[in-house]
Design a protein around this ligand. Structure first.
Ligand code: ADP
Ligand code: MG
Length: 323
């Protein structure tokens, strides 16, 4: 990007309200941060590329929001408290509306979680946003993918499948969705809400945890593999919202969206039976549905049962009943 444009834009995003732990923010060659003594740093990074991760024409502010949200979701899945973020932006031209819109959307979500944008990089090229997030977690408190044991209850937060329904409806693959439902589902796709408070609440309670970005079946599969166990899920107890029920009335199609859709950014976690009673209180306090969808079993692999108790076959693309 022409130097004057680039530096002019960066000047306009300097001067964020002082935040704890930020000794020096945007404007020098690197940010200077003060981690809380005794805490572990949790670091993650995720890229959103046009065409792969979002539809062309997605509002700039939504892109900024989502680029941070997917990272805060990773920190949430670790039980980490998010603190700082950097943003590497590749923009096709020096359009200030794009740059400032992205930063505004990102900062909107950052403010909800007390996260400071402390630096980044701005270059010209095909549209892509790469956010790195840093958070903190006490030693031994991190939630890991490994740790699920046979007998643990398996939970999912929120309503998996809504974002996938939002994508399907935006692409014209769902017929007759009411405009209000379409807006709600599309919002779940464009403005996911990372479950940061839930991740913090699950410290010392969950035996394993992952955030669901590639579909519940696949992401739960990572937990099972890392933990050396299997699971039985019940498709009929998967949560659904009124909007999702109306947009996708067929329960099998809904289960397919929940199990094999993507972009949910919900937390899937296992809890030892002795601690499962505490989950309801967390759900009430956070006003977030936490649904028990199955049980960890010793036999490896993921088994999903339909409402009639029949076994469903899962494939990468979804699942089919099999005789
Ligand atoms: P350098 O050339 O030394 O890497 P830059 O000119 O790229 O520095 O960046 C100047 C300052 O602006 C740095 O503090 C950097 O972190 C910040 N910055 C650049 N681009 C962004 C961006 N997209 N978002 C946030 N901060 C940015
Ligand atoms: Mg430099």
């Amino acid at each position: 990007m022409p130097a004057r444009g680039e530096f002019g834009l960066i000047r306009r995003i300097r001067g964020e309200k002082a935040r704890q732990g930020v000794v020096l923010g945007i404007g020098d060659d690197a940010a200077l941060l003060r981690p809380t003594p005794g805490m572990l740093l949790a670091a993650c990074v995720d890229t959103l590329a046009e065409g792969t991760h979002f539809l062309p024409g997605t509002p700039w502010a939504d892109l900024g929001w989502k680029a941070l949200a997917v990272n805060l979701s990773d920190l949430a899945a670790m039980g980490a408290r998010p603190r700082w973020a950097t943003l590497a932006l590749t923009l096709p031209d020096g359009d200030p509306r794009a740059f400032l819109g992205i930063v505004r959307g990102l900062r909107r979500l950052a403010a909800h979680h007390g996260v400071a944008l402390v630096g980044g990089d701005t270059t010209r090229g095909p549209l892509a946003l790469c956010v790195q997030a840093l958070g903190e977690v006490p030693p031994r408190a991190a939630l890991r993918r490994a740790g699920a044991r046979a007998g643990d209850a398996i939970y999912i937060s929120g309503v998996p499948g809504e974002a996938a329904a939002g994508l399907a409806s935006a692409q014209g693959r769902l017929a007759g969705v009411a405009p209000a439902d379409e807006r709600r589902l599309r919002r779940r796709l464009d403005r996911p809400e990372p479950r940061v408070a839930l991740g913090l609440a699950l410290r010392g309670i969950a035996s394993a945890c992952i955030d669901v970005s590639d579909g519940l079946a696949q992401d739960l599969g990572h937990v099972l593999r890392e933990s050396g166990v299997g699971a039985e899920l019940h498709a009929s107890v998967l949560p659904a919202s009124p909007a999702l029920r109306r947009a996708v009335p067929d329960p099998d199609a809904r289960a397919r969206l929940a199990l094999a859709g993507g972009d949910d950014y919900e937390l899937c976690f296992s809890v030892p039976a002795a601690r499962a009673a505490r989950i309801d209180a967390i759900a009430r306090r956070l006003r977030l549905p936490l649904t028990r969808i199955g049980t960890v079993v010793a036999r490896r692999g993921l088994l999903v049962r339909d409402a009639a108790g029949r076994r469903m076959a899962l494939s990468r693309a979804g699942f089919d009943h099999f005789a």
